[in-house]
Unconditional design. Structure first.
Length: 295
C-alpha cells in the first residue's frame, strides 16, 4: 500500500519512520517544509503540497494540530477531490468528535473511507512503535489496515465514527488529572522534607504506578519541560472535554480544576511548555519558586 502522511511534526515524524522501517512507501508533506525534508534521508518521498502527496495514495494519514487544520488540508486544499475512490483517510490528530463524524460523512460521499484514530503514548511511544491507537469507523476497514497499524502500536476498534476521538478525550482527561496529582504530590513531598526523586522511586510498583509517574514524574524531578506534549494542546483537548461534558449534562469537577490550571498556565506564556510543566504553575501558586523561574 502506498501511504501519504500529512503533518510530520513531533508525533508525525517518528510515525513516518516506523512506517518506512516496516517497508511501506511513504510520501510526506508538512506546512513547515523543513520538517518533511528531514525525512528524506530515512527514505520518504517529499511532496511540495498536500495534493501532490496524496495522488495515487491508498492510505492517507493526517497528524495535524486540530480539527480546523484537518478540514483545511483535507477539504479546502483539495486533498479529498484528488483521492481515488476506495482510498482511506486515517486521522490520527486529536479533534472534536463531531468534526470527525462530519469529515467521515463528507469523505464517504466521495467513496473514501475515514477512520478517526487518535493516538496515545507521546513521542516515546511513536518512536518505539508502542502507541495506543483508538480507532473509530467501519470494523472491516480497520481490520484491513492491520499491517499498517502494527508498525505504529496497538490498535483497538472502539466504535463508529467519532468514537476514537471520544476515547482520546477521555485519555487526555486522565492524563491531565494525573499530571496534576503527581505535581501536587511532588510539592507535598518536598514541603514535608523528603526527596522528590527518592519518593518517585519508592512508590514505583505500588498502586500509584503509572506512565505519568514514570515519564512525567521524571521530568518534574529533572525539571526538564521541553515539549513532548505542549500545554496548549493539552488545554485544547480539555476544552473539548468540557464541550462534550456540557452536551452530555455531566459535571466533572476534577477535570474542571485541572483545566483551569492549564488555562492559567498557557495564558502566562507556557503554551509550548510540556504539560508536565503544570508543576511550575502549581509551585508558583504556592510561592515555592521565584516567579522569574516559571516564566
Amino acid at each position: 500500500m502506498k501511504i501519504a502522511f500529512l503533518g510530520t511534526g513531533l508525533m508525525g515524524a517518528p510515525m513516518v519512520r516506523r512506517l518506512l522501517g516496516a517497508g511501506f512507501e511513504v510520501t510526506v508533506w508538512n506546512r513547515a517544509p523543513e520538517k518533511a525534508q528531514a525525512l528524506a534521508q530515512d527514505g520518504a518521498v517529499v511532496a511540495m503540497d498536500p495534493v501532490q502527496a496524496v495522488v495515487g495514495a491508498d492510505v492517507v494519514f493526517t497528524m495535524l494540530s486540530d480539527g480546523h487544520a484537518v478540514a483545511d488540508v483535507i477539504f479546502a486544499k483539495g486533498v479529498a477531490e484528488n483521492l481515488r475512490s476506495g482510498a482511506v483517510v486515517i486521522d490520527t490528530s486529536s479533534i472534536a468528535p463531531h468534526m470527525a463524524r462530519e469529515h467521515a460523512e463528507a469523505l464517504a460521499s466521495r467513496g473514501i473511507a475515514h477512520v478517526d484514530c487518535p493516538v496515545s503514548g507521546g513521542v516515546v511511544g511513536a518512536e518505539a512503535g508502542t502507541l495506543a491507537l483508538m480507532a473509530g469507523g467501519d470494523s472491516a476497514v480497520i481490520a484491513g489496515l492491520a499491517p499498517i497499524f502494527a508498525a505504529l502500536g496497538r490498535v483497538t476498534h472502539v466504535g463508529p465514527s467519532g468514537a476514537g476521538q471520544v476515547c482520546k478525550l477521555a485519555n487526555q482527561q486522565i492524563v491531565a488529572v494525573t499530571i496534576g496529582a503527581v505535581a501536587e504530590a511532588m510539592m507535598l513531598v518536598q514541603a514535608g522534607g523528603a526527596d522528590r526523586a527518592k519518593f518517585r522511586d519508592a512508590i514505583r510498583g505500588g498502586f500509584a504506578e503509572s506512565r505519568i509517574l514514570e515519564l512525567h514524574g521524571a521530568r518534574m524531578v529533572e525539571r526538564n519541560f521541553a515539549p513532548g506534549g505542549p500545554s496548549r494542546l493539552q488545554l485544547k483537548d480539555l476544552n473539548a472535554v468540557a464541550d462534550l461534558a456540557e452536551a452530555a449534562n455531566l459535571t466533572l469537577p476534577l477535570t474542571e480544576a485541572v483545566r483551569e490550571g492549564f488555562t492559567q498556565f498557557v495564558a502566562s506564556g507556557h503554551g509550548d511548555t510540556d504539560h508536565s510543566g503544570l508543576l511550575l504553575h502549581l509551585e508558583r501558586l504556592n510561592g515555592a519558586i521565584p516567579a522569574e523561574e516559571s516564566k
